[in-house]
Design a protein around this ligand. Structure first.
Ligand SMILES: O=P(O)(O)OC[C@H]1O[C@](O)(COP(=O)(O)O)[C@@H](O)[C@@H]1O
Ligand SMILES: [Mg+2]
Ligand SMILES: [Mg+2]
Length: 347
């Protein structure tokens, strides 16, 4: 019988045929130092939950799932119904997946012990980020970090399993529920982004090997709060204006971060009078995005040191965050240093 080798030619389709997230995870499984499929399973669990949450978000305006839940979380912030729904969906998927022993969530006061004697991983997550934007149809997100537990598998969860520096993350990522839904993640070998194809119910590789521009001209900060900020930050913002940079602030960290990662820019949430330690949470907001930023060639600090080197001391610890294009993070650091030097000269 005459045969011919398969030489893919997809030109008739008019668009390129993508690699699904599932296939990509499988291909890349060997990149992971503890290659055994466990981490891959967790990523698949997160992807599955994100599809369900995506569906809930899409129909929030038509269902009774939008709006406030009627309670506050541990940080005293009003919980939205979708915050609670997303927390349940991600926790459930990670429980059923069987690889995780404990979860830290923005929506839970304490560590959730999954009582899983074979789970080798800890997940920290912000199930829904930017929740004040839910009811006004503006982009929101999910953020996650994955760690290996350090104490023996099967023994009771210890603080050192949870309170790990960000540089110990084995994977991190976010889902952006925006004009399209995207999942972006790293396992420490670069950053890849996947776009959700609603009708097929699949994420497809759309942004391989994301590289952040070294410099940029977008600054993202809540300018309404500048009177509460340190002079170094105020002066940096003034310098951005003098250089005609664009101010872009959605008020959804994932969306602001994602735009700046692709286009070049900086996101700043510094200390303010109202939030003297900053607003964002180290374990499930700053660390995850810092890992991704660094993997894409960008930087993340708390204004003084690298985010990934901060030793956590509390579950819901807050931190100032300066994250984005390396040159811009360096520039704002110079402004902060000048502030310190001038206060030393003129006490
Ligand atoms: O309204 P502010 O003070 O500018 O804060 C906005 C920041 O707060 C957050 O909404 C906090 O996240 P949550 O919605 O998960 O609490 C970030 O997404 C966002 O960047
Ligand atoms: Mg958040
Ligand atoms: Mg949240």
């Amino acid at each position: 019988m005459k045969t011919k080798p398969y030489t893919p030619d997809h030109s008739a389709l008019g668009y390129s045929v993508g690699v699904t997230l599932d296939r990509f995870i499988k291909i890349k499984q060997d990149d992971f130092p503890f290659a055994s499929g466990e981490l891959s399973q967790i990523l698949r669990d997160i992807a599955l939950a994100s599809k369900i949450v995506n569906r809930e978000i899409n129909r929030a305006g038509l269902s009774n799932i939008g709006g406030a839940f009627g309670s506050t979380n541990i940080q005293g912030e009003e919980q939205q119904k979708l915050d609670v729904v997303a927390n349940i969906r991600f926790t459930r998927a990670l429980t059923k997946g069987g690889e995780v022993c404990a979860i830290v969530s923005e929506e839970d006061d304490e560590v959730i012990d999954l009582q899983n004697s074979s789970g080798k991983y800890v997940v920290a997550m912000d199930p829904l980020d930017g929740s004040s934007n839910i009811d006004v149809n503006i982009s929101i997100g999910t953020i996650f970090s994955i760690y290996r537990r350090v104490t023996p598998v099967g023994s009771p969860i210890q603080p050192e399993d949870i309170m790990q520096e960000g540089n110990k993350q084995v994977a991190a990522g976010y889902v952006l529920y925006g004009s399209s839904t995207m999942l972006v993640y790293t396992t420490g070998k670069g950053v890849n982004g996947f776009t959700y194809e609603n009708s097929l119910g699949e994420f497809f590789l759309s942004h391989p090997n994301i590289q952040a521009p070294k410099d940029g001209n977008i600054y993202s900060i809540n300018e309404g709060l500048t009177s509460q900020m340190q002079n170094g930050v105020k002066n940096y913002v003034e310098s951005c204006k003098k250089r005609n940079f664009s101010a872009r602030y959605i008020g959804s960290l994932v969306a602001d971060f994602h735009r700046n990662l692709l286009k070049g820019g900086i996101y700043i949430y510094p200390k303010t009078n109202k939030a003297p330690d900053g607003k964002l949470r180290l374990l499930y907001e700053a660390n995850s995005l810092a890992f991704i930023a660094e993997q894409a060639g960008a930087k993340a600090t708390n204004g003084e040191e690298r985010i990934l080197n901060i030793q956590p001391t509390a579950l819901h610890q807050r931190t100032p965050l300066y994250i984005g294009s390396g040159q811009m993070v360096d520039d704002v650091y110079q402004f902060m240093k000048e502030e310190i030097q001038s206060s030393l000269k003129n006490p």
